[in-house]
Design a protein around this ligand. Structure first.
Ligand code: ATP
Length: 291
């Protein structure tokens, strides 16, 4: 029986510099994780301990009844805008292991297997704490209950199982954080969005400002050797305003490919440079972006 093949959770290698134009969203996620870490620590300590030792007034708000553990955030918006990339960058930055699952991968035709897959994921993440579980295409894993046409209510049971697991996270000893991503938040079972679950919704859309595209271009070409005449702002200004991060990725990959072809040609025709390793160096020029 084909169980969902889960990778081994590990800290990703996506640097913050690899993500362009999402500074605000990043800040909100980091704040939420900070809050999550704090409640994880405090959960193990008896508040009376603090009361007896008369914690300074400044910490008083930590014990207010409003304090509740946040388990996760939901990133929503059109495809290719950097939701996956952002989740990985946050995990890298916070040194958290990262376990990524695509909703449809977990759905199995055999009775009971899909729920088991959901349990397995959380089990796997628990064994790699502290860990972020990233649920991509969450809508296909957790559609509104009663809406699926499947026989036997498989999807409804998957959603219930997911809720059980997520609620288990509010047991403060569990160092797990969840990030969901979806293009269609309207399809999700609303119980997922209740407090303590995916209770922070963050929209990641396409910003039509050229400066936003410029920041993405900068992130994408971070490791390129750009010709000194290349102005990323002018490249950004020539892109269609609805260009997503994924479109910009394709543009940059093409530009690099053009430049690489050119440098191979130079290398082949100019035999005097044969011994010189730098002859192979790929320098991306402004025209490479424009073709
Ligand atoms: P989907 O909804 O299709 O899963 P997504 O929003 O998760 O899309 P990503 O998979 O993160 O999109 O983005 C695809 C690729 O596009 C990334 O690997 C990256 O190369 C590029 N990209 C997208 N957004 C950005 C960004 N803000 N900064 C830099 N690169 C980006």
């Amino acid at each position: 029986r084909n169980r969902a093949a889960l990778g081994t959770p590990k800290v990703p290698n996506v640097k913050w510099e690899d993500v362009g134009g999402l500074e605000e969203v990043k800040k909100v996620i980091l704040d939420t994780i900070q809050h999550w870490k704090l409640t994880s620590i405090l959960g193990d300590i008896d508040p009376f301990f603090y009361l007896i030792f008369q914690l300074p007034l400044m910490y008083k708000h930590l014990f207010s009844s409003k304090l509740r553990k946040r388990s996760g955030v939901l990133l929503y918006g059109p495809p290719g805008t950097g939701k996956t990339l952002l989740a990985k960058a946050v995990a890298t930055e916070c040194s958290l292991n990262f376990l990524s699952v695509k909703g449809p991968e977990l759905i199995n035709m055999y009775v009971g297997e899909s729920e088991k897959n959901v349990r397995d994921i959380f089990e796997k993440a628990r064994s790699a704490r502290p860990c972020v579980i990233f649920f991509d295409e969450l809508d296909s894993l957790a559609p509104a209950r009663g809406s699926s046409a499947d026989s036997g209510g498989v999807m409804d049971r998957v959603v219930s199982q997911l809720l059980v697991e997520i609620d288990g996270l509010s047991d403060n000893s569990q160092d797990l954080f969840i990030i969901g991503a979806t293009n269609r938040p309207d399809l999700l079972d609303s119980a997922l969005l209740r407090p303590g679950r995916f209770d922070k919704l963050l929209y990641i859309g396409v910003n039509t400002d050229a400066s936003y595209r410029e920041r993405i271009l900068k992130a994408q070409t971070r490791k390129y050797k750009l010709h000194k005449n290349v102005s990323l702002l002018s490249v950004a200004q020539r892109c269609p305003p609805n260009f997503t991060g994924a479109d910009i990725y394709a543009l940059c990959a093409d530009a690099w490919f053009h430049a690489a072809k050119r440098s191979v040609k130079t290398f082949e025709t100019d035999s005097s440079k044969n011994d010189d390793a730098s002859a192979e160096q790929v320098i991306v020029e402004i025209d490479d972006f424009m073709t």
